[in-house]
Design a protein around this ligand. Structure first.
Ligand SMILES: [Zn+2]
Length: 310
């Protein structure tokens, strides 16, 4: 458990994860920053349904080992850094020895427009509290971007569950906690996309979520309008979950246009859009559950690769 590491020390030398040779014998692997003992976790294949992906290899702490206090790879240290960078209690605060991170809706337009006229908006959950405060969009999304990255770097939700609470406001403007399992969905995990499909189809979900997957395609489907489609993921029986992210931001398009097959994470308000039947050439029928989200700022998305680190 803990942060997945992409480099270690071996006999005093730096050893990067992509240099690690499974056929070679190595001496003790040590944390790059402290002396904790570390082991290698090999990559493995996972079949998403329409294609197979390789789940990336990494280094992890050996059982019973801990990083020295202050080591860059401690989860506590990483959270401390995010909190120090943020330095805004409205966005991220400390309560009862736990950090509280607010989940906030990203909307189109300038900061100054966002906190205006929200009382006109219909729908539960669209409370003033759930929108990024005036002038704080960059600060908020930079913090959220670091939280997304940290979650992608740790092995599971339990690494963060007892340290970071995710908070959202209900329609009566009362804060409540969103469990990590309802916030973070990764196509590399066996059941995450089935859970995502059920979560979004069974009830109205107002809070933003994070979806991790592989880019299937990126297109400009109309002038100035773009779409990134994730690789679909098999659900139970003949169901498949298809995620699409829409945006009109040229900067995002430029960043991701040549990143087909790469792994990304997106923070957005995802919605169940429709289900569609499709018959394969061999007559097999599939039901596609289309889930969509809109992205307005480049900080809502992040590329995840071997280089991603705390
Ligand atoms: Zn360490």
């Amino acid at each position: 458990m803990g942060i997945k590491m992409n480099k270690v020390r071996c006999n005093g030398q730096e050893l990067k994860i992509n240099e690690y040779d499974v056929n070679k014998k190595y001496g003790d692997l040590k944390c790059y920053y402290c002396d904790a003992n570390v082991s290698f976790v090999n990559s493995h294949e996972r079949d998403l349904g329409e294609r197979k992906i390789i789940v990336q290899k990494y280094f992890r702490l050996k059982g019973g080992e801990e990083h020295r206090q202050g080591c860059k790879y401690t989860v506590d240290g990483a959270i401390l850094n995010i909190h120090a960078d943020c330095a805004d209690d409205e966005l991220m605060s400390v309560q009862d020895n736990k950090y509280v991170v607010r989940l906030m809706i990203v909307s189109q337009g300038e900061d100054k427009k966002e906190s205006k006229n929200l009382s006109d908006e219909s729908g539960h959950g669209k409370r003033r509290h759930n929108y990024i405060p005036r002038g704080k969009k960059t600060a908020y999304l930079s913090t959220m971007n670091q939280i997304m990255k940290l979650r992608a770097l740790v092995e599971c939700n339990s690494d963060l569950e007892d340290k970071i609470n995710l908070q959202y406001y209900d329609w009566k403007d009362n804060p409540y906690l969103v469990p990590w399992k309802n916030f973070y969905f990764d196509s590399e995990n066996e059941n995450d996309f089935s859970r995502l499909r059920r979560y979004l189809t069974n009830k109205k979900v107002y809070h933003p979520i994070c979806v991790v997957g592989y880019i299937k395609s990126i297109s400009e489907y109309q002038t100035g309008r773009f779409c990134i489609k994730y690789e679909t993921v098999s659900d139970e029986e003949n169901k498949r979950v298809a995620i699409a992210v829409y945006f009109e931001n040229n900067q995002i398009y430029e960043q991701f246009r040549d990143k087909s097959d790469c792994k990304i994470i997106t923070y957005a308000n995802f919605r169940f859009y429709q289900e569609k039947e499709w018959t394969a050439p061999d007559e097999r029928k599939f039901i596609y559950y289309n889930i969509t989200g809109n992205v307005y700022d480049i900080r809502q998305m992040l590329l995840l690769d071997d280089e991603t680190t705390v």
